[in-house]
Unconditional design. Sequence first.
Length: 366
Amino acid sequence: MRRAAFAVAAGAMAVSLAACGSAKESGGGSKSSSSAKAGDDIKVGLLLPENQTARYEKFDRPLIEKKVKELTNGKGTVVYANAKQDASLQNQQVETMITNKVNVLIVDAVDSAAIQSSVQKAKDAGIPVVAYDRLAQGPISAYTSFDNKTVGKTQGEALLKALGSKAKSGKIVMMNGSVTDPNAAQFKAGAHEVLDGKVNIGKEYDTKDWKPENANSNMEGAITAIGKQNIVGVYSANDGMAGGIITALKAAGISNVPVTGQDAELAGVQRIVAGEQYMSVYKPYAPEADAAAEMAVDLAQGKALDSVAKDKVDSPTTKQVPSVLVAVQSLTKDNIKDTVIKDGVYTIPDICTAQYKAACDKIGLK
């Protein structure tokens, strides 16, 4: 995989400003004893949840590291750890970050509930926590993610468009994400809001750990239960699972069935080019990563978040969390040039390797 460019025009990225409340910030502008004294020479702890999904190592981590450097005149450092889908390990990593006296934490939780006690320990140590991409429980000071219910709606609407008059001619399979991820519940709710009553759902799964191999196994079970001749479409909550699903469909001799996705992973974009996957949800990582870095630096330096966080979001444990919500876009073969290529995420040579060159030529991607 060639190196992707990360420069994204900030002005092109729309941020949702639909505020969830107007109450005063709870914790966003408070100064802890450690953060109030911090200048540019700060340590930002970054905890990401797993490395199976390409985005975390390829986009999120380098984007956050770059922005922290930029905001601190090159003096700030990012201390990084990846939990590899292990909630217990992530809790240990928080402990290590506290011991190492980071000034602030950015945490993308493996398990939003299991991280609660660690978030509390960080706060007790005077270390504010920015929940990244997933809304962690506990006394978080800030949150940034995408409008996750809209992600599910976008996927559902695309699937309905792809099915057209065949929407009720057979059954669809719904492959949701992990129950430990609060985003998965929001994707699922958004998709159901669009799909319920307009399609027949033959089987539905909550996929453990978001793993493609689990989605593959679930899909094999769905094919056996429903019958391959009766499946007209598949709702997949992300691209990784879509890959496992499509492998199962191919093995059963099923083709021309629209499959959704999310994250605009390179493999997903290539499957879209090849006609194996219908769509993905393009989530511009730069504005999300930039927002996390900016809020983290402000918190470490004891500043309020009013100028950055225009939204407020309630978690199960914390109300009115200062937040930044980033808009998303449906990605199909018709707008690859205007999304991931235009924004420098991938180049045409990245996508149109020898295996996909003919398919790229066919859709004018050259």
